[in-house]
Write a protein of this length. Structure first.
Length: 233
């Protein structure tokens, strides 16, 4: 009789031990369960605050300074907005053989207009975008590139150099600083860009375009962060 009672008891103890091993420690320790609950509540409150701030900021931007639809063309240039990126590309044909590409960064330099020590506001800062002008005359011919600064109302050439069309492992010789060139040569190179539409009018357009893109990308960025925080694991 005793022998029959021992066998079922052993089976019951084995099952009980297996169940205890499968249960999380919080089931055995109420304090752990309480701490986990409080931690989860804090996490939800923290994320809820982030989401509230992001929603408020997005709504504020849309109500007070909404971006406009990007302009797809400027004169003969087509404009590739490059959503989510920090640059845009303009392209056009010139003459029978030339293809011109202009890669333009978002604002990368700001210079105060007032003397040092004064209070500088947004209106007192002069912004710059960088342009890389790529002029190609067909397959097998070197590309002529200009590195330029576009200020609010003027174009400034910084470098001029030629390179092959294929990517190379080492950078090409980029020549001297543009300001070190002969004055007449500088003027001629400015005229070279001018007749191709790389001029002060383009600089003004790019500044207007990039101000709008800056707003658009800021709102897009906040929306991306909001979506990430909202996503449940």
């Amino acid at each position: 009789m005793a022998h029959r009672l021992v066998r079922p008891l052993r089976g019951t103890m084995t099952r009980l031990l297996q169940q205890l091993q499968l249960k999380p420690s919080s089931a055995l320790n109420p304090a752990n369960s309480s701490r986990n609950y409080i931690s989860e509540m804090r996490k939800e409150a923290f994320e809820g605050n982030i989401l509230r701030l992001l929603r408020n900021e997005i709504q504020y931007e849309l109500d007070h300074s909404p971006p406009s639809q990007p302009i797809p063309e400027f004169h003969l240039f087509t404009v590739d907005e490059r959503p989510g990126e920090q640059w845009i590309r303009l392209k056009k044909k010139f003459g029978e053989t030339e293809e011109i590409k202009v890669d333009v960064t978002m604002f990368d330099v700001s210079i105060p207009k007032k003397e040092p020590g004064g209070v500088v506001t947004e209106d007192d800062v002069q912004l710059r975008v960088t342009m890389i002008v790529n002029i190609c005359k067909g397959e097998g011919v070197d590309v002529l590139e200009f590195v330029c600064s576009a200020w609010p109302d003027t174009i400034e050439i910084r470098k001029v150099y030629a390179r092959g069309q294929k990517q190379i492992t080492s950078p090409p010789y980029m020549g001297p600083e543009f300001k070190e060139l002969d004055d007449k040569l500088q003027d001629s190179l400015y005229d070279y860009l001018e007749i191709r539409g790389i001029n002060d009018e383009l600089a003004a357009f790019l500044h207007s375009y990039m101000k709008n893109k800056d707003k658009t990308e800021f709102i897009r960025w906040m929306g991306t962060v909001k979506s990430f925080v909202e996503k449940k694991q």
